[in-house]
Design a protein around this ligand. Structure first.
Ligand code: PMP
Ligand code: GLN
Length: 408
């Protein structure tokens, strides 16, 4: 940037205003693409937020908390006891995992703060952090804020274990992962179910990752915010459940995805008391606390009967089918996701090669907004032809989007 000392918006003393750690990060793609959707009136299948709110009774629980004066003042630093107890009970009920609600649970301002606080707390400048590429954009920024060095391991597109188009997925090459670990590696930053590819790491892959983490004595931060969006039988398997992982794993969850209240920003970590204490040290200077009344509501949401979680998943499964078959009919190559509410596609069969240019033009061409996966890669060429569509939208909206895309 050129120095313009007279302008407060530019720089002082020939120095750019934005520090070096953040210099590579502009506006997030989600903000850019949602703004484009608003500007053009296009259907927004870009940013991953549902277009309907979560359960009425959960919303009512938030209203009640507000009215009763629960959470209107600073809640306790670790989160309100009701929510910490509900998070621990959820881990026990779903996965048979025991966490002490007083010492092993920390409520955060969404998963985003959990990621940032974990990295700020656990990474020294110069430490290497391995992340699966394409990675959710805040990973890169949080590693940078912590002064860490990002080491991407690329998920590669190909046929799945059974072969054939229906099974196509982005896979982790375990040898590549092993080779990426050096004496400077401090931490593995994982994400399963994986945004944006929809890959769910298999039990076998998780077991190998766990073995590697134990062998090389690595810390693991695992972002499992899509834990309730695994479409295959057997459901989500938390990485922390593998041998040797309990003592080294920070698991991240979020109410935004599971209960369709992304604006409430209620997330959490579960980990050992030592890890929770470390992450809390960073978290207390980021937000200290957040979302007071919503914490009480999310406590009630986590205790909803299994029927809620099942019908949420069934609804998303039907939407996955709708959008996947629509995108296929429109000429995209579709990677049918095993988890999350995103579908990654390859635009090359449409005669395109640059997903970013494709997404910038798509609102004008077809009245739909999508996300170019390239921005989630260090090796941009690897991600160039891939484009992500979100299906957490009402059925008529998806139907209309599919009809529009057929014009391509
Ligand atoms: N991790 C992943 C993989 C995500 O997709 C998202 C956002 N949707 C987040 C973290 C952030 O979650 P939150 O909104 O709870 O901060
Ligand atoms: N996680 C959501 C997505 O992947 C968006 C979150 C955000 O806008 N930062 O689309």
């Amino acid at each position: 940037m050129t120095a313009m000392t007279s302008s407060p918006g530019a720089s002082r003393n020939d120095r750019p205003l934005l520090n070096r750690r953040l210099a590579e990060f502009g506006t997030t793609i989600f903000a850019e693409m949602s703004a484009l959707a608003v500007r053009t009136g296009a259907i927004n299948l870009g940013q991953g937020f549902p277009d309907t709110d979560g359960p009425e009774q959960v919303r009512e629980a938030a209203v009640r908390a507000l009215r009763d004066g629960r959470g209107n003042q600073y809640p306790p630093g670790p989160g309100v006891p009701e929510l910490r107890a509900a998070i621990a009970a959820h881990q026990e009920r779903r996965y048979g995992l025991a966490f002490d609600p007083d010492r092993e649970v920390l409520v955060t301002a969404g998963a985003t703060e959990a990621i940032a606080a974990s990295l700020l707390a656990l990474v020294e400048p110069g430490d290497e952090v391995i992340a699966l590429e394409p990675y959710y954009d805040s990973y890169a920024a949080s590693i940078a804020l912590a002064g860490g060095t990002r080491v991407p391991v690329t998920l590669r597109p190909g046929d799945g274990p059974r072969g054939g188009a229906a099974d196509r997925r982005f896979s982790l090459d375990l040898d590549e992962l092993r080779a990426a670990v050096t004496p400077r590696t401090r931490l593995l930053l994982l994400n399963t179910p994986h945004n944006p590819t929809g890959t769910v790491l298999t039990r076998e892959e998780l077991a190998e990752i766990a073995k590697l983490a134990v062998e090389r004595d690595l810390l693991v931060v695992t972002d499992e915010v899509y834990e309730h969006l695994v479409f295959d039988e057997g459901g989500h398997v938390p990485l922390v459940s593998f041998p040797g992982m309990r003592e080294r794993t920070v698991t991240i969850g979020s109410a935004g995805k599971t209960f369709s209240f992304t604006g409430w920003k209620v997330g959490w970590i579960t980990a050992t008391p030592e890890l929770v204490t470390a992450v809390r040290s960073a978290k207390q200077f980021l937000t200290f606390v957040s979302s007071g009344p919503f914490q009480y509501a999310v406590a009630e949401a986590l205790a909803l009967p299994d029927a809620y979680f099942t019908s949420f998943l069934d609804d998303m499964r039907a939407k996955r089918e709708l959008l996947a078959s629509g995108l296929t009919a429109a000429g995209f190559e579709v990677y049918r996701p095993a988890g999350t509410y995103f579908i990654t596609t390859d635009v090359r069969p449409l005669g395109e090669s640059d997903g970013l240019a494709f997404c910038r033009a798509l609102p004008e061409r077809a009245g739909v907004v999508a996300i170019p996966n390239a921005v989630f890669y260090d090796h941009r060429d690897q991600g160039a032809p891939f484009v992500r569509f979100a299906f957490c939208k009402q059925t008529p909206v998806l139907e209309e989007a599919v009809a529009r895309l057929k014009s391509l």
